[in-house]
Design a protein around this ligand. Structure first.
Ligand code: GLU
Length: 450
């Protein structure tokens, strides 16, 4: 497969030290082999070379003043990766680990994820190395305003529509929206994940977690099984994890773990959802606090994790829902999950499994839903928010949720049918990558070399 090695070598030369980006590209490119072997048009029109190169990358300085009166400077990014199918769409991440390579990998994944939803949205991503942890409310507001002071000139309701991601929720979207409005004088759907009183969509907050569980349900129903009674290991304790836990309960499953940067909780009786929401959404504190208040649960601090392992995956479970961050589940973790009898993995996070872990899941032929298919419910519901804003309507929760269920079923169908079409039954990595790529690539060909 020289095109894979050649492309990755080219990216190494031209975009040095962007390892997560190479990883995301390699996974997609390897999956495309059966398609490229069958259809010469994608090479003829230079689609591979074009699709790995963002249409535009914006990097900017974010200067703000902290509560002590000190000037702070962070890096700001927006990668407008591909607009073949619609305006750029994708979240904004505030986390100290953010750099150009992370934002590029996320933007690249977003292209195919968004295509899979069947909706008219292109791929983009943004963020900053700003660390919201320990910052006051005022500092968060000033940072969000400073971030928007540059971003506003690059976005717009039909141009580029950011949303939340790690470290960016309704509060941050609110501050950014307020500043966008102040700067432009325009009340438009330029961001999604907005507050319900000012243009947000019912069901958007829950959508990524709910969607991941709907996706898992689709995988299981296809083989005549269900989530009922399944012990589920969930990682993360943010928006995706919380609403994964909530929806698992609706399906009669039992979520038994959650994790954050302080450690993980194993709660054999089932995670106490109300307490989890109180600790993480209201008090914004650590899971150690959950363990203290709940009592009778095991809390394992990260300082006890052996090097290179994420111990949340050592808890025996029937199904795993990685919902924290990229590369949080490696080959060793995957082996342990499989050894303990896990037969389903549905990714709520973006690229949580390393390449070795993905290979282990595929080799074991378990039900494996890669992030770009399984977690697409969030961005899909963002598009539903855009549709409501454009038509000046607000749909009911039930309306949004039933559309979300249909979209997740459609994504599953399209990934599994595509896998079958290329003789790789059950390989949803291949199915999702080819199905997403084909849509984007065909649109790029029809729109000419631009
Ligand atoms: N950050 C989410 C994702 O990774 C949502 C993006 C959006 O709603 O635009 O898909």
């Amino acid at each position: 497969m020289p095109y894979v090695a050649d492309t990755i070598a080219h990216l190494n030369r031209t975009s040095p030290a962007q390892h997560e980006f190479y990883q995301a590209c390699e996974e997609v490119l390897l999956s495309l082999r059966p398609l490229l072997d069958n259809d010469p048009k994608y090479r003829k029109y230079g689609i591979i070379d074009r699709i790995v190169e963002p249409e535009r990358q914006i990097m900017f300085r974010v200067a703000w003043v902290d509560d002590r009166g000190q000037v702070q400077v962070n890096k700001g990014y927006r990668v407008q990766f591909n607009s073949a199918l619609g305006p750029y769409k994708g979240g904004i991440r505030f986390h100290p680990s953010v750099n150009a390579g992370i934002i590029k990998f996320l933007g690249f994944e977003q292209i195919f994820k968004n295509a899979l939803t069947g909706l008219a949205i292109g791929g983009g991503k943004g963020g900053s190395n700003f660390d919201p942890k320990g910052k006051s409310e005022q500092e968060i507001m000033r940072f969000c305003q400073a971030f928007m002071n540059e971003l506003y000139r690059h976005v717009g309701a039909t141009v580029d529509v950011p949303a939340g991601d790690i470290g960016v929720g309704a509060r941050e979207i609110g501050y950014m929206y307020g500043q966008y409005k102040k700067l432009t004088g325009s009340y438009e759907g330029v961001l999604t994940g907005k507050g319900l009183k000012w243009g947000g969509s019912l069901g958007r907050k829950e959508a990524t977690g709910y969607g991941t569980v709907y996706f898992a349900d689709n995988m299981l129903r296809d083989i005549g099984e269900s989530l009922e009674g399944k012990q589920c290991a969930v990682s993360g304790a943010g928006n995706v994890a919380i609403y994964t836990v909530e929806k698992l309960y609706h399906f009669g499953a039992k979520p038994i773990t959650v994790s954050d940067s302080s450690g993980f909780v194993h709660d054999p009786a089932g995670i106490d959802l109300e307490l989890l929401k109180q600790v993480k959404e209201v008090e914004r504190t650590s899971l150690a606090e959950y363990a203290k208040r709940r009592g009778g649960v095991r809390f394992v601090p990260v300082s006890d994790y052996p090097a290179g392992r994420n111990l949340v995956w050592s808890v025996p479970c029937d199904a795993a829902f990685p919902s924290a961050t990229q590369n949080e589940l490696n080959g060793e973790d995957a082996k342990e999950l499989l050894k303990n009898g896990c037969t389903l993995v549905a990714e709520g996070a973006n690229m949580p499994s390393t390449q070795e872990a993905v290979e282990a899941f595929l080799a074991a032929n378990i039900l494996y839903g890669p992030g770009k298919a399984a977690n697409a419910g969030g961005v899909a519901t963002s598009q539903l928010e855009m549709a409501q804003n454009a038509s000046m309507q607000q749909w009911t929760f039930e309306e949004v949720d039933s559309k979300l269920q249909r979209i997740m079923a459609g994504i599953y169908q399209s990934a599994s049918e595509t896998a079958r079409e290329f003789g790789a039954e059950r390989n949803l990595v291949l199915g999702a990558n080819i199905a997403g790529f084909r849509k984007v690539a065909d649109a790029m060909i029809e729109q000419g070399v631009v």
